[in-house]
Design a protein around this ligand. Structure first.
Ligand SMILES: NC(=O)c1ccc[n+]([C@@H]2O[C@H](COP(=O)([O-])OP(=O)(O)OC[C@H]3O[C@@H](n4cnc5c(N)ncnc54)[C@H](OP(=O)(O)O)[C@@H]3O)[C@@H](O)[C@H]2O)c1
Length: 324
């Protein structure tokens, strides 16, 4: 494709854990001209230089506080806006929607990138559902994309465990907890590979106005632990089975511990974590079968030529030493 025919995409949160690998894959696909929004305080992140080297135009902008006309100018002649913003900024995406609508953007992909959960099941997902209502009412064309869970959020790590975020570090003791019967499937993906399928989804007119599940594999917790034990046998004694009653109690204690979305409060975060695990591994909201029944397109079925990393391949690589 020439520069004239490449489709213009803006990734908001391009230096984040989700945004950066998506931008890389969009560039790799040679189908898109990619620009990425970075908050001014983050322009020094090492990822920025690398993205620029790959051809991503970096736009330093405090988008949450930007004037509507600035965002509208940013989105002029842009085909797709992909939001990979932080969970704390979910509601602020309304500003992106207003500007994208005014600029005539053809598709908006909100910062979901999580597991499928019905309204009322998870506090974080309910914030996303509330934002979706705004998006739907705006009339802006959209595609919703769910992943399930990143492999490294589910496979037990070899100790010592160093959490990826401050909040996760506060509940680091839960990293070997196992929920439900162990046999409920959940969809999984390597965070670094999400963009391979996303590049296809946003190049497909038929996914406008649709919900698409982007995953590489699915596995139950018994299957996850069996792979973990195969490649790192020392993990076997670390598995802690949590009863459904304990899950319920932790959720209730978490909800009672804070009236705000308090990510410094250990009880509150434990409550959120157990809510998520209940949804995935007790209620079974996020299997491919559940997604299909709820009208989700399964990207790996729709684009069977896209290479995938199976759970077994991921485990072999992760426990083999070359962790990604
Ligand atoms: N499926 C899964 O397993 C999974 C796992 C994690 C996250 N997610 C979802 O993926 C989406 C993106 O999450 P992420 O983990 O990729 O995000 P992230 O990397 O933590 O943050 C994305 C960007 O948000 C900005 N940011 C950081 N802290 C912020 C704050 N307190 N308030 C406002 N902005 C902030 C930063 O932008 P600058 O670099 O421009 O400063 C950062 O690069 C979310 O919807 C999240 O729920 C899914």
């Amino acid at each position: 494709m020439s520069k004239e025919t490449e489709k213009r995409v803006v990734v908001v949160g391009v230096a984040g854990r989700t945004g950066e690998p998506i931008a890389r894959s969009l560039i790799d696909s040679r189908r898109f001209l990619v620009a990425g929004v970075v908050r001014p305080e983050s322009v020094g992140k090492p990822a920025i230089k690398e993205l620029e080297g790959l051809g991503v135009s970096i736009i330093p902008l405090d988008w949450q506080n930007a004037a509507p006309r600035v965002l509208e100018a940013l989105f002029t002649d842009v085909e797709t806006v992909i939001s990979a913003c932080h969970p704390a900024a979910i509601a602020d995406q309304a500003k992106l929607v207003d500007a994208a609508k005014a600029a005539g953007v053809k598709r908006f992909v909100p910062s979901d990138w999580s597991a499928i959960a019905p309204r009322g099941a998870l506090k974080l997902e309910d914030m996303k559902h509330t934002f979706h209502d705004y998006l739907f009412e705006s009339g802006l064309p959209y595609t919703l994309i769910a992943l399930g869970t990143w492999y490294d959020g589910i496979f037990p790590p070899i100790p010592p465990y160093i959490a990826p975020t401050a909040e996760r570090q506060l509940i680091a003791d839960t990293v070997y907890h196992s929920f439900g019967t162990g046999q409920v499937k959940n969809t999984l993906i390597n965070r670094l590979n999400v963009g391979r399928l996303v590049a296809r989804v946003i190049d497909d007119e038929d996914t406008i106005g649709k919900k698409v599940l982007v995953n590489e594999d699915e596995a139950s917790l018994d299957e996850v632990w069996s792979l973990a034990e195969k490649y790192a046998p020392q993990l076997a004694p670390l598995r802690v089975r949590v009863s459904d009653e304990d899950v319920e109690r932790t959720i209730i204690e978490g909800a009672a511990s804070s009236t705000t979305f308090d990510l410094k409060n250990v009880k509150f975060i434990k409550g959120l974590f157990n809510e998520a695990m209940k949804s995935l591994y007790i209620s079974g909201h996020n299997s491919e079968a559940a997604a299909r029944a709820d009208g989700w397109i399964i990207a790996r079925e729709r684009y069977p030529d896209v290479p995938l990393q199976t759970a077994e391949e991921w485990a072999k690589e992760y426990y083999g030493g070359s962790r990604r």
